[in-house]
Structure formats: C-alpha cells, structure tokens
Design a protein around this ligand. Sequence first.
Ligand code: ZN
Ligand code: ZN
Length: 313
Amino acid sequence: MLLRKAGQPLEMAEIPLRDPKVGEVRLKVECCAVCRTDLHVVDGELPDPKLPLIPGHQLVGTDDRGRRLGVPWLGWTCGECVDCRRGRENLCENARFTGYTIDGGYAEYAIADERFCFEIPGGYSPEEAAPLLCAGLIGYRAYRMAGDARRIGFYGFGSSAQILAQIAHSDGREVFAFTRDGDLEAQAFARRKGAVWAGDSNDAPPEMLDAAIIFAAAGELVPIALQRVVRGGVVVCAGIHMSDIPSFPYSLLWGERVLRSVANLTREDGAALFERLKTLRIETERARFPLERANEALAALRSGELTGTAVLA
Ligand SMILES: [Zn+2]
Ligand SMILES: [Zn+2]
C-alpha cells in the first residue's frame, strides 16, 4: 500500500522486490500494526517523508532463514554522531525511520537492517507481537521516563496504554485512564486492562497522580495533566506530533514538576521490554484489517472509533 502524496489515500500497487544488501534481511510480512504516527505521516503532519512510501513500522515477518523478526520505527542510525556515541541513538540526527524515511510494513515483503530488528519471543503470535513494536517499545520508554510513580495517569487510552497498563499493574502501580469526553467504550476498555479509575480528560482523578503520560496528540492536555500531578511529578508527552500547547500559569510547573517529551526509541529500550516480556504476558485487544483495507484502518484510528490496536494481516 503506497503513499504517493501526503493527504491522499494509500494506493494498492505492485512494485519490484529488491534483493537485501549485506546486513539487511528480507522479510515476508505476516502482519503490521497501525500506529498514530502512520496517520501523522499519511496526513502530512511530519515533514519530508520518502515518497512514494510504504508506511508501517510495527511489522512482523519471517526472514529467508525462517526467523520471526519484528521491525520497529528506528530503522537505522549513523553510529557516529554525538548522540549515537552518547548512547542516545533515538536522537541520532541522521536516523532513518521505518515507514517514514524508509519503506515499511504495509506490504507483503519488507527489507530491514538486521541490527535494528528484534527477535519475536516464542509464545507470541505475529499479531500479538506487532503492537509491541511501537506502542509497546516507545510506550515503555515513556513509562520508564515517568520514574517510579505509584499512581500514573494515561491521557488517551489506545494502543500504547493498553500495553503499559498491564506492565504498570504487574509493577504494583495504579493506572488512571483519561479518555475523550464521554468515551465510555474507551473507559470500559481501560478498566478491562487494569485501570483502577477511568474518566474524561477534564475530570479530576480521585487522587493526585505521581506521573502522567500523554498519548493523545492534543496539546491542551499538557496543562490539564500538570494540574493533576503532585509536586515533583512528571508529565511525559509520548507522541511524535502534538497540537500547540496553550499557555498556562507557571504555578502548574512550579514545585519541581517535570514536563518532557519522548523521542523514538533505542535498541536498549527494545531489549529491556522484550526481557520483561519473558515473565509477563501482554494481552492486547486488536482489530484486524486485510492489507488492502489499510485506508479503513487509518480512518478508524483517526475517528477514534477503534478500541485497541488495528493490525493489517
Ligand atoms: Zn547518529
Ligand atoms: Zn509508532
């Protein structure tokens, strides 16, 4: 499924399959989960995508040797810049991203740099594993940035939050879920995934939070979330794109509250998450779409009608 121009629907197309170069793997794609970032790419909210482009950065496939591998958003880094050398390859200025600046997984085949692929742990089917590759990985990075919060709020309860709620629960933390106003379906979904409380984004939780992660792309949630965290608390913006943040009184930040973003992922984040999954089984709710209906999957995510994660399979 090809994006020829931002703002247009994806087009089904046949393109020649190139041979992998040294260090690359060719994968027969088994499935690819849909991420909100795919929407930002398709809608033209992220600058300079490769065009034409095969979107998708949560793909699972088997390589020519029969190994089942997952390909995440971080597709290549230079290894030489200041950030790469400091162990912050997520900030590499030369990085390439799957389904954005290199072709991704909305396809029958994909080619990836082997060094950035993850082996899918046994016991996870391709469709169970796919949402872990971004919703899980970048979500886990955001979760770690939230520190040792006992009470943690999630603004936007979708693909990432359903995974993190289970991790937080197993860490003995309490999850408070905030959804679009009146989205009772999403609130019920959050409770199914272990949230102790679920409500509208403007609601005050029954207790102050130690940290909050904002998954929704809505900048107006930033001052709201700051208002809900205790002194010394952290608010993490987990998305790659967000609408403008309205100005707010300094008192919301005062008290050593921390506001930060999370950008991309490192391979270490992936290793840490997959290590964790050896002893914790994540159950995701998913909606399956055939590859050729990728536009419908994107539309369902855009409209907010989707519960859980869309997976193209
Ligand atoms: Zn670099
Ligand atoms: Zn993503």
